[in-house]
Design a protein around this ligand. Structure first.
Ligand code: GRF
Length: 190
């Protein structure tokens, strides 16, 4: 079997996608190991899991830096120390500049709760409902320095029902996000 890929995950909050990736690695569904988790928020819920599982983690608060570029430079340093083969953004709520994206070009994945290229940015579910769409979904794409841009690796669709609200649709999409992310990682690592 090939050597396991080294995965670094960046989070800002709940971390359910991060957890799904960690568990898929543990179960051998992903031929990888999560070698580090970085959060820009000390109160990110996902850190509880990371601490319990003894996964190395670091908090780097964007508030400690004067500019996006300075924060991104600190992030590069922290990520480089872990020598990653793959970097997964999982609910990481910061816009990254080329200071971060350039050194890891082609190695950064992000999950976005829409059928890209539709609805980049925030409020994806509300926007899909307001547009009268019949389908929504989740996309995993390679990160470039354009927000929610870059080649899509895989997508999963869900049906929007007339009764759906932004919150019910968000739950429906989240339910398919975890498997979508795992599938994308396996595809990229292969
Ligand atoms: C997910 O909906 C993801 O698509 C978006 O942020 C949310 C993160 O959820 N980028 P979690 O922290 O992984 O639970």
């Amino acid at each position: 079997m090939n050597e396991k890929s080294r995965i670094v995950i960046l989070i800002s909050g709940r971390g359910s996608n991060m957890r799904a990736i960690c568990e898929a690695c543990k179960m051998g569904r992903i031929n990888g190991e999560v070698v580090k988790v970085i959060s820009n928020r000390a109160d990110a819920g996902g850190l509880d899991y990371v601490k319990n599982e003894n996964i190395p983690y670091e908090v780097i608060s964007n508030r400690d830096f004067k500019s996006r570029e300075d924060f991104d430079a600190a992030l590069v340093e922290a990520v480089e120390k872990a020598s990653p083969d793959l970097i997964c953004l999982a609910g990481f709520m910061r816009i990254l500049t080329s200071v971060f994206v350039k050194p890891f070009e082609g190695k950064i994945l992000n999950i976005h709760p829409s059928l890209l290229p539709k609805y980049k940015g925030l409020d994806t579910h509300q926007r899909a409902i307001e547009a009268g769409d019949s389908e929504a979904g989740a996309s995993v794409h390679i990160v470039t320095d354009e927000l929610d841009d870059g080649p899509v690796i895989t997508q999963t669709k869900v049906t929007i029902e007339k009764s759906d609200t932004a919150s019910s649709l968000s739950a429906k999409v989240l339910a398919v996000e975890h498997e979508t992310y795992i599938r994308a990682i396996c595809k990229l690592l292969n």
